[in-house]
Write a protein that binds this ligand. Structure first.
Ligand SMILES: Nc1nc2c(c(=O)[nH]1)N[C@H]1C(S)=C(S)[C@@H](COP(=O)(O)O)O[C@H]1N2
Ligand SMILES: [Mo]
Length: 518
């Protein structure tokens, strides 16, 4: 029996697009599954997402800020996937006439994915390349097979130049392509679950501090709807550029101290904890926080004094900037003078609220520096301390348009009532938070509508490095109202009234909440 000679291949555009999309899904799923199964193989979607994050064009600052909530990271992954699938559909159409070029484009894609994967520190280059070969094989095989199904149409060209695939080949395409799509989805999902599992480090116990941080009586007003003075780890805000929370093995982790030092030092976790262990409450805040926002939290941090660690290396004369570098290459730079000020105690934290540092918050060790915004200080997954000069280096966010030096601004926030809520007439208690790390808060004032500013009652401050709660009783009268709050810091300076955007150095302005009574 001889094969009939194929007529010129003419394929429905949609069928070809579908085939291309499924082929790309197959290639991606292969990569995701391998990434989950074999540590060191990068996940293609996460790798590309990471590059997108790192390439953030300056000027897109506001967008950039919004990407770093955990939910927005998922959105970024979905976006990367969607773009890949759309390109895949185009690839299918291309493959109708030029299968060789289509295969080359798949190859180009894989090269981009592998290249992106090589940027991640936990990628093993040889494994990444092997993963890429597997992705290419899976993608081109799927494309080839599906295109064959699509192309079996012997139909004559229509006057418009396109032919319609016969019903049987369409069904076949839907069955095979659909099956492959479902299998890809499952493989991708399994890969991702495995990847996350493979990344859970052993946390172990926490050192016992020699100095205990005490919570003074009256530190928490305990009002419903008011943020607790110490935020539980599960509720603590999280901001970072990491798509996958870095997985650091505490037993092989090292902290390198280098640059303008007398002697370079490399410390193991045990070396670090051979230093005196301290504990203190420090409120950390994100520069991206808007007026009234919640990118701020207070915790009891356990760890060692940063200055003790720096002393092991000996900071050389002329070192004006300390750079904290993370295992994933992220950096924060801060003035050495800020670190050395005796009134504050910057630390390398290994514990948070009595538990080992959670992975999301920087396990096994991070910097906590009272008074500075997180992006210029609070390096998580800390791997290096480098001493340099202010001029010689810019931390991660500085070239993207954020200030090089960024002390936390005085701010206050209304938690009760919520914006737009309705409360009954009668006695009501306004309440909220106020902070000015590490100057402390001396006064909080509240204004209802256009009334007099009245001084609120404050919770007992834990220290100048933490926020306080405030409350004020009021007799709620029916109607629409607006309440405004302003704080005065420990130096007597009142919070700036004129509103500014978060970039470049933190949002200013007074927080107001509109609400209804009755
Ligand atoms: N390695 C690393 N550390 C980081 C960041 C980051 O992106 N990567 N973000 C910083 C920023 S902008 C802030 S506000 C704080 C937030 O710390 P948290 O997530 O524990 O609340 O971490 C800082 N440390
Ligand atoms: Mo931040």
């Amino acid at each position: 029996m001889t094969q009939p000679v194929s007529p010129p291949m003419r394929t429905s555009r949609w069928a070809a697009a579908f085939a291309g999309l499924v082929a790309v899904a197959t290639a991606l799923a292969t990569g995701e599954l391998l990434a989950g199964l074999v540590p060191g193989v990068p996940s293609p979607i996460l790798a590309v997402g990471r590059v997108v994050i790192d390439l953030q064009p300056p000027g897109a600052k506001e967008l950039v800020v919004s990407i770093f909530g955990t939910a927005d990271k998922l959105a970024l992954e979905v976006l990367v996937l969607a773009v890949a699938l759309v390109i895949g559909a185009g690839l299918g159409i291309l493959a109708r006439g030029r299968p060789g070029i289509a295969a080359a484009v798949v190859g180009g894609f894989v090269v981009i994915g592998v290249g992106a994967g090589l940027q991640a520190p936990d990628t093993q280059p040889a494994l990444a390349v092997l993963g890429g070969v597997a992705e290419f094989a899976a993608g081109t095989t799927a494309l080839d097979r599906l295109m064959r199904v699509v192309a079996t149409s012997p139909g004559p060209a229509s006057p418009g130049g396109t032919a319609i695939a016969p019903d049987w080949s369409r069904r076949m395409l839907l069955v095979r392509g659909g099956g492959l799509a479902v299998a890809s989805l499952a493989a991708g999902a399994i890969g991702r679950v495995l990847l996350d599992r493979q990344r859970v480090p052993v946390t172990g116990g926490l050192p016992v501090p020699g100095v205990d941080a005490e919570l003074p009586a009256g530190a928490d007003l305990g009002l419903e709807g008011l943020t607790p003075i110490v935020v539980p780890n599960e509720d603590f805000y999280r901001i970072d550029t990491a798509l996958l929370v870095p997985n650091v093995d505490r037993d092989t982790w090292r902290l390198r101290i280098h640059g303008l030092v007398e002697r370079e030092v490399s410390l193991a976790y045990a070396d670090l904890l051979a230093l005196p262990v301290i504990e203190q409450y420090v409120t950390i805040a994100c520069v991206s926080n808007r007026v009234g926002g919640d990118l701020i939290g207070n915790a009891r941090w356990t760890g060692v004094r940063l200055r003790d660690v720096l002393d092991l290396a000996g900071v050389r004369e002329g070192a004006s900037q300390l750079v904290g570098r993370s295992v994933d290459g992220w950096t924060a730079g801060m003035p050495v003078s800020w670190i050395m000020e005796p009134e504050r105690e910057p630390m390398i934290a290994v514990g948070m609220n009595g538990a080992p540092l959670p992975r999301q918050h920087g396990f096994p060790a991070r910097l906590i520096v009272p008074g500075l915004y997180g992006y210029v200080s609070a390096t998580k997954w800390l791997s290096e301390l480098e001493l340099t000069t202010m001029e010689a280096f810019d931390g991660y966010w500085v070239p993207l348009g954020w200030a090089k030096e960024a002390p936390i601004l005085t701010q206050s926030r209304i938690d009760r009532p919520r914006r737009g809520s309705s409360i009954p007439a009668g006695p009501f208690t306004f309440a909220g938070m106020a902070w000015a790390m590490d100057r402390g808060i001396s006064k909080v004032e509240v204004q209802v509508d256009d009334g007099e500013w009245r001084e609120a009652t404050l919770s007992t401050a834990i220290s100048d490095t933490t926020w306080v709660q405030w409350q004020l009783d009021w007799e709620a009268t029916p109607g629409d109202h607006r309440v405004t709050v302003r704080a005065t810091d420990g130096t007597g300076e009142i919070q700036t009234e004129t509103a500014t955007r978060p970039d470049p150095d933190g949002a200013r302005g007074w927080h107001s909440v509109s609400f209804k009574v009755g």
